[in-house]
Design a protein around this ligand. Structure first.
Ligand code: GLC
Length: 649
């Protein structure tokens, strides 16, 4: 059962779409006023697992950590960084079948078994709507929560293909080379992302015509070979008198204002920019319809970036002072803190217009990014008559209805494969079904081994994109010699596409999760409570990948009898395995995963592009009897459960 308790006059974030019964009392939590904040406290038993908080660092079990909901542009994804790009204020108390969502767009602090042992402490604005769900199990509670948040975003089928990206691709030649190198090596590919260098002076809704003399023709040439272009669109619009988008935004009052009532200016990639007021429906629509610039050229996929919004400097704070700069250079952690502090100060100088009232950005900061995704998605749904790809960096619960998310600037290191897995499960609980990390890592230098192991994980995540930064070692799948192993892992993805697509669509249409922790299906099994390197993907599969450098085998725990599946690049071989521990050998070119007891897994033919995936001749693995296959043309908006057909063994 889901209920809500209102404190003060909560801001309407529109996170929850369905009506929820209002009650007076909280379950498990007590609330106490501390000046203009509320402090919610709940005692925890020693062995209780607390899931949730979507995109936060550290383990999936959030115990022992302090997390701050305050969307931040940060490349530090280490365990002790309290804030990443998004704020997802949901806690799931696994043992009690209980989840609680603190719906406030303002800063919130979650201390879970941190300030005081055995206690959850949430400190946030005194104006907050608290949603609570009580159910028989945590899995049921989360599903009930997702049902009121609203249906998850439905991407087109090609968005489940493999994407290649790099901050550094500049011109037609670079993109053609990426396409050709993949295709010549027989490595599957569906899209290539265009980072900011495609633009004219980093201005959104422009293209550098020296680098792309005829983008429409170029996009068509690539699409002819099955490859789509997916440009980046950043939040800020360059302050640029005379330029159409800028002038229109100013004229229509679509930008955020400053303390004095003029337009707020913040420095990002293009230099000084104005930030569209994504909290204002009029500005959202104006921004969304700008995408016509791309759709007119046949482009139908986008990533939204810098939408926390990221601020490099402003005229108010102008970044750190000289002495601070020197110290920051010596101590990188200070640098991060200084930049964050400057941005936080600046957020107090930005203003929105909401229902005719002027609202300080600082108080609604966490819903800005999600509303950019919404603007993009709503614009595209007006411009196109079929599905489109949208994913963004910063988000809040509810934005998962409009698009997906990627987890930002991670690093080419082993811990971040595990972080990727944790994020996928936690993000799913918060309604972000379409998600993924920069496979191979954004910062730092990737290695062949790291990329292969990482691909073997992201082969199961809805968004599967290899992305890296300028100045790092190139990490396209064809860069490391001997492409055979890469072909094998990526081919697995494409052979699983009927399943991945089908499971995703069913989960989205049924308010279910696509990826979940084992404890959601095996709540009685104490051994899986803290298991974070094994996950359930859809209804049939459990993954247990290798996430350690140098390892060629690992221990896998099966909570029930399962079928072990090994893919060697050519064939699937199946071995029945009994409940319990197993040591599994996984050479770099193989992928091993498990089919749950009584389930079937459909696998398709080996193809190198999503348009060639068919479901006429699926092979059915596993010991189940039937499989519910969701299948449509991959583009239609008419996505209903009527598109399910039953496959029988
Ligand atoms: C940000 C994004 C990254 C992108 C870069 C340049 O750091 O997170 O993905 O490549 O900006 O646009």
């Amino acid at each position: 059962m889901i209920t809500k308790v209102l404190f003060g006059t909560p801001f309407m974030t529109e996170a929850v779409m369905q009506p929820v019964k209002q009650v007076e009392t909280l379950r498990y939590f007590t609330a106490e006023k501390k000046e203009d904040q509320l402090c919610f406290v709940c005692p925890l038993e020693p062995d209780e697992v607390v899931y949730g908080l979507g995109e936060t660092t550290g383990a999936m079990n959030k115990r022992g950590g302090r997390y701050i909901s305050f969307n931040t542009d940060t490349a530090d994804h280490s365990d002790d960084n309290p804030s990443l790009y998004a704020s997802h204020n949901l806690l799931v108390l696994e043992k009690r079948g209980f989840c609680i969502f603190f719906d406030t767009p303002a800063r919130a602090v979650f201390e879970i078994d941190y300030r005081k042992s055995g206690q959850i402490r949430v400190t946030c604005s005194e104006h907050v709507a608290v949603y609570q769900v009580e159910a028989a199990t945590a899995y049921e509670a989360v599903r009930e929560f997702l049902a009121v948040v609203g249906p998850a975003y439905l991407p087109p089928r090609w968005a489940f293909g493999y994407g290649q990206s790099r901050y550094g691709y500049e011109c037609e030649k670079d993109f053609r080379q990426v396409m050709e190198c993949h295709q010549n090596a027989g490595i599957p590919l569906d899209y290539i992302c265009m980072d900011i260098d495609y633009m004219d002076g980093y201005r959104d809704f422009t293209v550098d015509t020296e680098k792309f003399p005829n983008l429409k023709k170029f996009a068509a040439e690539l699409l002819d070979r099955g490859i789509r272009l997916v440009p980046i669109v950043d939040a800020g619009i360059k302050v640029d008198p005379g330029e159409r988008v800028y002038e229109e935004g100013v004229k229509n009052g679509c930008f955020c204002t400053n303390v004095e009532g003029g337009l707020f200016r913040g420095g990002v990639w293009p230099g000084m920019t104005h930030f569209p007021d994504f909290l204002d429906p009029k500005a959202r629509r104006w921004f969304g319809l700008q995408y016509r610039f791309y759709t007119d050229q046949g482009i139908e996929g986008f990533w939204n970036d810098m939408n926390e919004p990221a601020l490099f400097y402003t005229e108010y704070t102008k970044g750190p002072k000289r002495m601070e700069q020197i110290l920051n250079f010596i101590f990188p952690r200070l640098r991060r803190n200084a930049r964050d502090r400057a941005a936080i100060r600046d957020y107090r100088y930005i203003f929105h217009q909401v229902d005719g009232k002027r609202i300080c950005h600082y108080d609604v900061h966490n819903i800005y990014g999600g509303n950019m995704i919404r603007a993009t998605s709503e614009g595209l749904s007006e411009l196109l008559d079929h599905r489109y790809l949208v994913f963004g960096r910063s988000s809040y619960i509810g934005a998962g209805r409009y698009g997906g998310v990627w987890t930002g600037d991670n690093t080419s290191c082993w811990e971040h494969i595990l972080l990727n897995m944790r994020h996928m499960a936690s993000l799913n609980m918060c309604g972000f079904l379409y998600c993924g990390a920069d496979t191979g890592g954004f910062m730092g230098n990737c290695t062949r081994e790291l990329l292969l192991r990482w691909l073997a994980v992201s082969a199961f995540t809805p968004l599967m994109r290899n992305h890296s930064s300028k100045g790092t070692r190139a990490q396209e799948a064809y860069r490391f010699g001997d492409p055979e192993a890469f072909r094998s892992i990526l081919m697995l993805r494409y052979r699983l596409l009927p399943y991945i697509y089908s499971e995703y669509m069913k989960a989205a249409l049924r308010s279910d999760l696509y990826i979940k922790p084992l404890a959601f299906e095996y709540p009685e099994d104490q051994r899986v409570k803290n298991m974070e390197d094994q996950l359930l993907v859809g209804q049939s599969i459990m993954i247990a990948p290798i996430v350690t450098k140098g390892a060629t085998q690992r221990t896998v725990y099966l909570p029930e009898d399962m079928t072990m599946v090994r893919y060697d690049g050519q064939n699937f071989s199946c071995t029945p395995c009994s409940k319990g521990e197993h040591t599994v050998e996984v050479p770099l070119s193989h992928a091993v995963f498990f089919i749950r007891s009584g389930k079937l897994l459909p696998v398709g033919k080996a193809v190198t592009n999503s348009r060639d995936v068919t479901v006429d001749d699926l092979q059915l693995l596993g010991d189940g009897d039937t499989y519910e296959l969701y299948w449509d043309d991959g583009m239609t908006r008419d996505c209903t459960l009527n598109n399910i057909r039953l496959l029988k063994k």
